[in-house]
Design a protein around this ligand. Sequence first.
Ligand code: ADP
Ligand code: MG
Length: 681
Amino acid sequence: METYTLDPLFAEITALRGVGPTLAKLMARALGGDRVIDLLFHLPETYIDRRERSLIRDALPGQTVTLEVDVISITLPETARQPTKVSVTDGSGFAELVFFRTFPQAKLRPGTRVLIGGKIDDRRQIAHPDHIAPAGQPEQFPGVEQVWPLTAGLFAWHLRKAMSDALHRIPAMPEWHDPALMKREGWPSFADALHVLQAPTTMPSPIIRRRLAYDELLAGQIAMGLMRRRSRERPGRPLTGDGHLRAQTLLAFGHDLTEPQREVLHEIDADLAAPRRMLRLLQGDVGSGKTLVAILAMLRAVEAGAQAAIMAPTEILARQHARTLARIAPVPSALLAGTVTGKERARVLEGFADGSIPIAIGTHALVQEGVAFRDLALAVIDEQHRFGVNQRLMLGAKGEQSDVLVMTATPIPRTMLLTQWGEMQVSRLSGKPAGRKPIKTTTHPLSTLGIVCDAVARAISRGANVYWVCPMVSESEQMDLAAVEARYASLSERFGPLLGLAHGRQDTNVREAAIADFAAGCTRLLIATTVIEVGVDVPSASVIVIEQAERFGLAQLHQLRGRVGRGEAESFCLLLYDDQLSETARKRLMLLRETEDGFRIADEDFRLRGGGDLLGTRQSGLPGWRLANPETDEGLLHMAGRDAEALLTRDPALESPRGQAILLLLRLFNRLDAFRTLHSG
Ligand code: ADP
Ligand code: MG
């Protein structure tokens, strides 16, 4: 059997021509990874066909056009602020090229004929054309151009250059798909598909992306199939307890369980007590009290003499869980996160390994190599949609027969659940703890900012803690950050030392401290970005102001709003919007005023946004998927599920020639862990 090496694909992008450390950093941000394969899997979201020539007369405002024109004259600027303007004509009409900074004099001499590519506006001006080439040398002009998702400071030409090098590094590999399927779908090979999508000479057919989407989905389904087989082979173990730890914990917590919490815990207990491995999803709207349920479930594992772990998507959240556990649970627990280092890290790892620390709390640091447990019986994954597919599977794999409880506030379509977990039981936690009043949601145009500030000041003087959320959404993080800091500055005139600041570009400990100060009441008004979106629990906060609310997704607004209404005080959510608001945007905000039901909001959001984009390459925004979109590729997903099942039934150890090729596929998509876990013990 021939051996194939995928090493070139897993080399760092700095190995590519023209990619130095600075560029590599920028690229990694856009790609979500720093390997050659991450670049190859970074598909264009769309393409511009520059081959078709337009006439100036027919060009529509806003259109990206290619014109073949004669340069008539050049108007140089009189002051530094004015642009250079170049008049051109193609016989059908006149247009103007506008340059504010550098002006490519040599290419645009009067009397020459040139090809121009760029976006034309309603005054027939093209500001800073994307491309200029002599009309006699059309080969210097791009044909079909890739439009990749980029980040500030990163340009398409950076990627184009690196990409052509990356494409050459794709090694020879055997085909892993069934030849009959390939023929029926008209699919090219893996390497050809990447060539066509990443360096196109004509507009790529949607069939090409389907091939790669299928690769990714199949890798996922096979990994899942392997995991399922593993859990079938290794039965779980019954976990029971006398309830003494739970009773002490509830006493320290100070409230009884709500009826829905009691019911859900009952379902979980039945799973834990059964000699099967549990795989259960706890779906509960924001603020419904999932954490307490998770803690009590973990204590059952401890009562049974074993260990339990809870993994959260951010350090803020992990630390919050750690504080809660330290406060109410009568057994040792410890936090493991990226910032836990040195002696403390050694102590924690030792405690997990020898079992003296029965409860582990952490970020994805928990699933790293080198983290071991004496006897992990229950793995809880909070806000599971925030994790990559592997990370989710790995925590449970740290125990011999671990039960797994995953939690989410975001309703997940069934197909999505199937792709990410396979068959699983679902518990729903509805309603909120008793005594909660509905959150009053109101909308305000930005021009009434002064009135909003007055309301905030009144709320603070009545004892409320207030979040003030600024969006982080624009192309440039620098600009976003500037906006947050500007708001901080303008509000600090009025609120002075009561003000706190938390955003994602701060050092973790600075951010943690800001949130801790706010939770302790040392600061009363916290200017924050969406770093507070998931899970943050400060019950004394009862007002949230969200700036430019129209820029957030509805589900995200619902999550943000869920930061308040966690105590007994009446709560308020003030949505500020730009004075000019589109009809759809207005409807979306109205919906939030109408309902607090997260499930209804998710449905409506999907409806209002409409499904998918033209090429279907835009990702669903769910982590873990780079080429496929399980929602829109549902047909492919089911195909992949059947394909994987058939293959694993015939060749469970992946020893056949196709099985061996599939191992390459798993490696490409980082799913080899599932195979190794299965065959290691
Ligand atoms: P989520 O489901 O959004 O993760 P949390 O677990 O953070 O919600 O709980 C929301 C708030 O409700 C927290 O402040 C928590 O302490 C409180 N809480 C949870 N259960 C109860 C209960 N049974 N009685 C009173 N308060 C509760
Ligand atoms: Mg939570």
